[in-house]
Design a protein. Sequence first.
Length: 574
Amino acid sequence: MAQHTPLHRSVADAVAAATGSPAADIKVDTAPKAEMGDLAVAAFPYAKALGKKPNEVAAEIAAAFRPTGLLASASATGPFVNFRADRATTLRWLVDAALRDRLIPRDLGEGRTICIDYSSPNISKHLAYHHIRSTVIGHALAQIFRALGYRVVGINHLGDWGTTHGMLLAAWALWGPPADRELDITALNDLYVRFREAMKQNPDLENQGRMWFKRLEDGDAEARALWQRFRDISLAEYEAVYVRLGIKFDEVRGESAYEPDLARVMKELREKNLVTTSDGAQVVELEGEKTPILLQTRDGTTLYATRDVAAAEYRWGTYHFERSLYVVDRGQALHFRQLFKLLGRMGHDWVARCQHVPFGLVRLGGKKTGTRTGNVVLLRDVLDEAERDVREVIAQVNADLPAETLDRVAPIVGTGAVMFANLVSQREKDVDFEWEKVIALSGDSGPYVQYSHARCASIMRRAGERIAPSDLETVDFGKLTHDAEWAVARRLLELPDAAVRASESCEPHIVCHYLLQLAGDFSYWYTLGNGDASLRVLCEDPATRRARLALVAAVQAALATGLALLGIGAPEQM
Ligand code: ARG
């Protein structure tokens, strides 16, 4: 574990002093069991450097140890050194950092830029349920990197160019607007589906689609105006969903924006002698790939990949990113592998900073959801349903909740449930949704974490006391002597590492997992008070009660921080 808290840094300093290794290189882990200690260091790498046995070095580190403010003791167990925190001092630091929202290293990414391409739907089609994974995972990553101080450029790379858009124009030319209803995205989608159906009977329609796309590329006024209208209708629909999810893109730049660059890209590729012709199409053969990357069709139209080359160059030129992430389903793995190889062949060594962040499929009731399947599940409908259902769930556990509060909280919990369900498993795993579990207030769900947060808030309300950082001087943390309290503190210590690991591996599920553990530790501690009044947070002894309240406040703050990392709200009541 890296050294993201002063406690970890104290351990690293102690090991550095005893071994002569630089403190920054020392790997500090959580001790596997609380009985052994709180933080642990394995002596192997230092023993190797010193030419001694690991057990010997561990013993030397422990013997040289002198207590610091935060660290009380060190002991060697075989090749490991276990360090024990000074609980009261550590708790004071933890609660203060949590309340000031400084538990995670807020300046880790200072001066560095991360581009994240996510959501990126194809216009004139619904934002369907399978898009949610890209949208939700990308947004969580954006939140995580932002929280760590990176400059994040969230990019919506709209699919707004290509022959399918020509097909829609051809369909419009044939059948015009729907007679009996408003021209919304459903109407556009139906028009497109009808055209594809008709194409099966009448292959000439494909040519008409191509011809319309050619008109669009050539800047024909009629084609452009219609395309613009379809694009606006689509964006308005997406925007409504993004607002519900709290998403704001820094750049909405569709594939069409790269149209002016495509001739230059093709020219550059030809000049670099990379292009070969295959069946009249322009392709580039790539090492280790059976299929070449297709850049231009026989009739001169450029493709998705060509526009991605231009987009990658644009992003590098504009942002000089530290990393450029593409949150796109794993079905496009070949595309990105080819794209990155091609960028490498073009001499763009910054391609090493580009990364496909793939994710698995979403299945609802055992069915894959995708655009071509008949029963597309729409994201906005899922959000509506979640909101409706959590209302009932909340009303059941908290019948006294005022109606206005329920109105305010239900959308936060409903969207939170859907988002969390999309984040809680490792990205690449396929997700099977069991709706009852997604919206439940218990188990591995978003509402459970939110409920734990609301529970902390409710304890504070009942106590009638607020604990602010400036109050901590008068809190006696020595009163927190129970192991269950310390287990909560130990968990709080792990938040910074969870956030950093999630950013490094682009795995928001690490944060989900962390939050479930923190909620579990809190719940265990809190429910001890049901059997033993002296263990209640709101106990008789005023000093103990205040110290416990401070810990509850820290848990509440950490849960809110963690949920924010995922883009999920933390209601105070539910
Ligand atoms: N529009 C594409 C789709 O829906 C995703 C685009 C992903 N981003 C990219 N730069 N290729 O499949």
